[in-house]
Design a protein around this ligand. Structure first.
Ligand SMILES: [Zn+2]
Length: 345
């Protein structure tokens, strides 16, 4: 009992100088560790007579509680001191500017797609949309593609499994012209629509991507002529590239228009004055659209009288327009999602 009393008197003095966690653990062990003074005394319990055990046990518990509470108090003190030291070392500067959250923005392709759509809507066009997978008939036959047209080849078109069912095959549309067919089948003229959307082809190189965006336009009414087409596309080019841009039409061929034309815009970068221009390669012209008068066969295929109605159609590649607008040399940059490039536009 005397030894116990001696230990109890030591406790407070032992924990008082403790300054860190290491010292705290060592001091705690001095009393209650494997070789601690209190532990050693408790091991001698069996030597006592049963009557003495109770008194001794109570005394041991009293001293043990004193050790634990002194230890806990020291621990709180040590932790507060550590926190104070940390705050001293790295003072909080409440005037420091906050971290600005990073805000996303439209991809350049979407920006061009929306701007282009806006221009046509301002001219009175409606926006029409259709499914990205469609019937082969809407994608080719009704548009007057001959059965041996190379675009029908498996290499150019992603056909979807038909699971042995008879009837037309389904595919991923190779152009947004499918929307024109759907519009002509469902609405009597006058029709005046643009159809923006994603299209798919088995193509993958520096200037082609297997998935790309198009916007097509279709106007069908009485008395529509090539002059309307020319005026529409010239106005469009000036709105998108600037009012100094001039346009020219060249003869071309598409299965569903007759006659067919390509529309070029004068180079918005050099204006045709730089023989080494990286945008127009010195030609002074940029291909902007494929277009033409809707082939009467297409109108007949959709139940519209080609003797009464005429129309024009055009198609614009959104990637192509984005490459011209932002002077991007490779289509890959537009699809590889390199943030450094996208932020530079
Ligand atoms: Zn140029």
């Amino acid at each position: 009992m005397e030894a116990l009393d001696a230990i109890e008197r030591e406790v407070d003095g032992a924990f008082a100088p403790v300054r860190d966690e290491h010292e705290l653990r060592a001091t705690h062990a001095r009393f209650l560790g494997k070789e601690g003074s209190l532990t050693l005394i408790m091991r001698r319990m069996p030597e006592l007579a049963p009557a003495e055990k109770k008194t001794f046990g109570q005394a041991v518990n009293r001293v043990k509680t004193a050790v634990e509470s002194a230890s806990e108090a020291a621990e709180v003190r040590v932790k507060q001191a550590a926190l104070a030291r940390e705050l001293d070392r790295e003072p909080t500067d409440v005037t420091m500017p906050g971290r600005r959250p990073r805000v996303g923005r439209q991809h350049p392709l979407h920006r061009v797609l929306y701007d282009v759509t806006d221009i046509f809507v301002s001219m009175g066009f409606d926006v029409a949309e259709g499914p990205e997978s469609d019937w082969e008939t809407n994608n080719f036959e009704r548009l007057g593609f001959p059965a041996d047209h190379p675009a029908l080849d498996m290499q150019d078109t992603f056909f979807l499994h038909n699971e042995g069912r008879p009837g037309p095959r389904a595919l991923l549309r190779t152009h947004t012209s499918t929307v024109q067919i759907r519009e002509l089948l469902s609405h009597p003229p006058p029709v005046m629509i643009v159809a923006p959307g994603t299209v798919f082809r088995c193509d993958d190189d520096a200037t082609h991507s297997p998935m790309f965006a198009q916007i097509e336009g279709l106007v069908v009414d009485e008395g529509i002529s090539l002059a309307h087409l020319r005026g529409t596309l010239a106005t469009f080019a000036q709105r998108l590239f600037g009012k100094d841009v001039t346009t020219r039409m060249r003869g071309s061929y598409f299965p569903f228009t007759e006659p067919s034309v390509e529309l070029d815009a004068s180079c918005s970068l050099c204006g045709g004055r730089d023989p080494h221009c990286r945008l127009c390669k010195g030609s002074g012209w940029l291909e902007v659209a494929g277009a033409g008068m809707v082939d009467p066969v297409v109108l007949s295929n959709c139940g519209i009288d080609p003797e009464k109605y005429t129309g024009f159609a055009f198609g614009l590649g959104i990637d192509r327009l984005a490459m011209i607008r932002y002077q991007v040399p490779s289509i890959e940059l537009l699809y590889s999602n390199d943030e450094r490039f996208l932020r530079s536009l």
